[in-house]
Design a binder for this molecule. Structure first.
Ligand code: PEP
Ligand code: MG
Length: 878
């Protein structure tokens, strides 16, 4: 297998083999752009290096030598020469760029003899010795792992001795003694002489670059950015002849973007430094000048830079991020890669490049990272201010956006303070449905338990409020109204800031920036709407949610969780009364009142979604979730006993008894969904009636409403038929009451494994299916959706037992297979059956791709994720 590719022979498209940098250099060389000669050692060699117990393949260095000879021929310089020495840079380069995460060595090939050659040839001994000291320092750090500070001390002393301030003011003599000192530091560290043979240097440098692939920085970066083995497996090594930007005032080095990465506008954006090496710019040792100034200072080179940028953009059809060096007036391109831009920049350049006829609309859509567009839809932390604040802790990023406000640990206090206009961040161990009123009044939610599909996460996402969950290092002390992380204590009332996009919690109130929905973004969404095939619906249970969804381009509601409607502060009491009712008559009385409230809620939502389907799901959670938890009740009882408040005490005791009766060890698999509907039929009857009443009233008022009723937690056709009978009776009753036909589709969720497996039976009754992939994932893995993320899941991902969080991105092989069984069974019975997805996966780009390929009718996502879903659906269709 070929181990080394000279730049004029490598395939510029093969980033996997040559790494991004190597492939780019091959491509540019073959385009006849001014790239210094060099070669790439493949990523496969990196893998062999690790397979062989960190040994280079035996034949590698012979190959390397052959290619060094080629460089010699191209440059006229000689390896290890005292006259005109060839020096090289040795750089990492994986298939995906990982800026600053791996190692680079410059000026390799210098020793006590070649440095003299360089001095002579360049006619600049100071430059030669400066290059040498840079080489020894970088080599010492990267290859031997010497602490950089040791070198810094020597350099500082040299400046003191010579009484100068800048590194660039050090003279040849000082630099010579710095080199001697630097070598001594290395020799002390390794116990061996500093290597002077350039091939020995090169071999060590290649090993060090391979070694940096498994360095901690690089591993963490790959984890954070989801760079899995199938995306990038090992780093390549680039050996390139040096071009010197530090040969005098006619030399320079710089980094430019062909378009502004902050806002996408079309102009060269970047910095350059005269008489400097690339590392100075990248490491920020010296501050560069804006590249615009080069127009005046080095007009000919600027012109070449401009032309090169144009050519590269035309070739790659992407804005580029370029490194260049000018050696004595000669322009060299050292690297090009697709520019990393923020979401605003990506969107603007997509639209602009279509207008410039550089790309077509499909390419404009596929080049976007759907996930990144989230930035455009939520408040973000002001990036300039962030450095002035302390990061307190990190949890699971559950609902994006930033919020700052005062921490409040109690639901009632949070509600009251929020109503009075305070910006409140609700901090709890976990939340329950009865806490929802406090969500409305809070600007953000932070919990120490739970995962991405826990109650707090799901509710917050639905409301578009920033939320962090599973922040397990947070110790909450309700009694003393404070929480802590290690020895840092935050008292209720202290200001905190949460970033639900990253999971970070900060002390203090950090300014936030408002989202921007630019005209360009609207244009992109219009293009996406035209190509996508999937329908996009919203998970929404309020008229505001429905309106927002529509504004963002949503076409219907795929999941209206009716239990949320019981959580308003004007009705949670009624719902508790219903649960506490001692007999059926009493319960029905309360249910009549609740029915009126539900009917008016449905009317508002159906109006907001006029013209589109609204899927109303009947009550799902177990009843005890609406009661206070027994622990809190016990505390309350204790206090009431002390105060001797007999009447209140009696009430609390009855409540506690009922809460205990209803409590379950495993509520997620307990008395919930259709099981409640069967055992307390009056609840489902009330809800079904409320839907029909709302539909009839809207029909009278000529509102084009399309409600449909969906039953949760179905596992058998018998359950579904049981509820269907209730539905049929009410339908008959309502149609005769209003003297009109009412078309309200009756369907089921597929969220229990057995439902997926018996979908053919269910399809005989159900008019539509909707996959509840939150519960379906829970059931398929037997992972508790409430606990998993705070417990073993992170370790599973670390150890690559799971590649992705299955609650976030569909587990294609498991859950996906069940879905396929369900889809084909359903469509076998009813070929045009509407089948959608309403689990959290409905807003995840990877899952959306799966849904598109599986021929689903629609995906349903939180209103705030709808634009992302639209773009992801378009990308799947292209
Ligand atoms: C699901 O299980 O995927 C679903 C949408 O229902 P919930 O999250 O309300 O259980
Ligand atoms: Mg569910």
């Amino acid at each position: 297998m070929k181990q080394v590719y000279f730049y004029d022979e490598g395939d510029g498209k093969n980033k996997k083999l040559l790494g991004g940098k190597g492939a780019g250099l091959c491509e540019m060389t073959q385009l006849k752009l001014p790239v210094p000669p060099g070669f790439t050692i493949t990523t496969q060699v990196c893998n062999e290096y690790y397979q062989n117990g960190k040994k280079l393949p035996k034949t590698l260095m012979a190959e390397v030598k052959k290619n060094i000879t080629k460089i010699e021929k191209r440059t006229g310089k000689k390896w290890n020469s005292k006259e005109n020495p060839l020096l090289v840079s040795v750089r990492s380069g994986a298939a995906i760029s990982m800026p600053g995460m791996m190692d680079t060595i410059l000026n390799l090939g210098l020793n006590d003899e070649t440095v003299e050659g360089l001095a002579k040839k360049s006619n600049n001994p100071r430059f030669a010795w400066d290059s040498y000291r840079r080489f020894v320092q970088l080599f010492g750090k990267v290859v031997f792992g010497v602490d950089d500070k040791k070198f810094d001390v020597v350099l500082e002393n040299a400046k003191l001795n010579q009484a100068v301030q800048a590194d660039s003011a050090l003279n040849e003599k000082s630099l010579k003694s710095v080199v001697t000192e630097y070598k001594k530091i290395c020799e002390k560290h390794t116990g061996m002489p500093f290597p002077s043979d350039p091939f020995e240097q090169l071999e060590l440098a290649i090993k060090a670059v391979f070694g940096s692939w498994m360095g901690e920085r690089a591993i963490v970066y790959r984890e954070r950015n989801n760079i899995t083995k199938d995306i990038a497996d090992g780093t390549a090594v680039n050996v390139v002849s040096m071009a010197f930007g530090n040969m005098g005032n006619d030399s320079a080095t710089g980094v430019v973007f062909t378009r502004n990465p902050g806002d996408g506008t079309r102009h060269l954006f970047g910095e350059y430094l005269v008489n400097a090496q690339g590392e100075d710019v990248v490491a920020g040792v010296r501050t560069g000048k804006p590249v615009d100034e080069m127009k005046i200072e080095m007009p000919a080179s600027y012109k070449q830079l401009e032309q090169t940028c144009e050519r590269l953009e035309r070739h790659y059809k992407e804005p580029q991020d370029i490194e260049f060096t000018i050696e004595r007036g000669i322009f060299y391109l050292l690297q090009t890669r697709n520019a990393k831009m923020n979401a605003v920049g990506m969107v603007k350049t997509s639209v602009d490049m279509v207008n410039e006829k550089l790309i077509d609309k499909n390419r404009a859509l596929t080049r976007l990272h759907a996930e990144q567009l989230e930035q455009l839809l939520h408040k973000t932390i002001d990036s300039k201010s962030i450095k002035n604040y302390t990061l307190l802790v990190k949890g699971i990023a559950a609902s994006p956006g930033a919020a700052s406000g005062i921490a409040v640990l109690d639901v009632k206090r949070a509600t009251a303070m929020g109503e009075n206009g305070a910006k409140v961040i609700l901090v709890r161990e976990e939340t329950k449905p009865e806490d929802v009123p406090a969500f409305f009044e809070s600007v953000g939610i932070l919990t120490s338990r739970g995962g991405k599909t826990s109650h707090a996460a799901v509710v917050a996402r639905g409301m578009g409020k920033p939320c962090i969950v599973g922040c397990s290092d947070l110790r909450i002390d309700y009694d003393n109204k404070q929480f802590s992380v290690d020895d840092k204590i935050v008292h209720e009332g202290d200001a905190i800031t949460i970033d639900g996009s990253t999971g970070s919690v900060y002390l203090g109130e950090i300014p936030t920036t408002e989202p921007k929905i630019t005209d360009d973004f609207k244009t992109i969404l219009e293009w996406a709407q035209k190509v996508k095939q999937l329908g996009i619906r919203a998970n929404a249970d309020t008229p505001e949610g429905a309106r927002l969804a529509r504004e963002f381009g949503g076409q219907g509601i795929g999941l209206c969780r009716t239990e949320r409607m019981f959580n308003g502060s004007d009705r949670i009491g009624l719902f508790v009364d219903m649960i506490m009712a001692e007999n059926i008559e009493e319960r029905k009385k309360v249910l009549t009142k609740l029915g009126e409230l539900q009917k008016s809620d449905f009317i508002e939502i159906l109006k907001a979604m006029e013209g589109y389907a609204v899927t109303i799901r009947l009550l799902d959670p177990p009843l005890h979730e609406f009661l206070p938890n027994p622990e809190e009740l016990n505390q309350k009882i204790h206090k009431l006993e002390q105060k001797n408040e007999i009447a209140e005490l009696e009430k609390a005791k009855i409540l506690l008894k009922r809460a205990k009766e209803l409590a379950e060890i495993n509520p997620m698999m307990g008395h919930r969904g259709v099981r409640v509907g069967i055992t307390y039929p009056e609840i489902y009857e009330m809800q079904i009636r409320a839907v029909f009443e709302a539909a009839a009233e809207l029909a009278k008022n000529k509102v084009d409403a399309h409600p449909q009723i969906m039953i949760p937690q179905i596992s058998s056709i018998a359950e579904l038929n049981h509820i269907k009978k209730i539905y049929d009776n009410i339908k008959k009753e309502m149609e005769s009451k209003y003297n009109m036909k009412l078309k309200i589709n009756f369907g089921t969720m597929i969220e229990v494994v057995r439902a997926a497996l018996t979908a053919n039976e269910l399809a005989s009754t159900a008019e539509f299916f909707s996959f509840g992939t939150n519960d379906l994932t829970q059931g398929t893995f037997s992972f508790s959706r409430e606990d998993v993320e705070g417990k073993f899941l992170p370790e599973y991902m670390d150890k690559e037992i799971l590649e992705r969080n299955p609650f976030q991105s569909i587990d294609v092989n498991g859950v996906g297979s069940l879905m396929k069984i369900g889809i084909s069974a359903g469509r076998n019975i009813k070929p045009d059956m509407e089948i959608g997805i309403c689990g959290e996966h409905g807003g995840d780009p990877n899952s959306i791709k799966f849904c598109h390929n599986a021929n689903l009718s629609y995906v349903s996502a939180s209103p705030h994720r709808i634009p992302i879903a639209i773009i992801a659906a378009a990308q799947a269709a292209i």
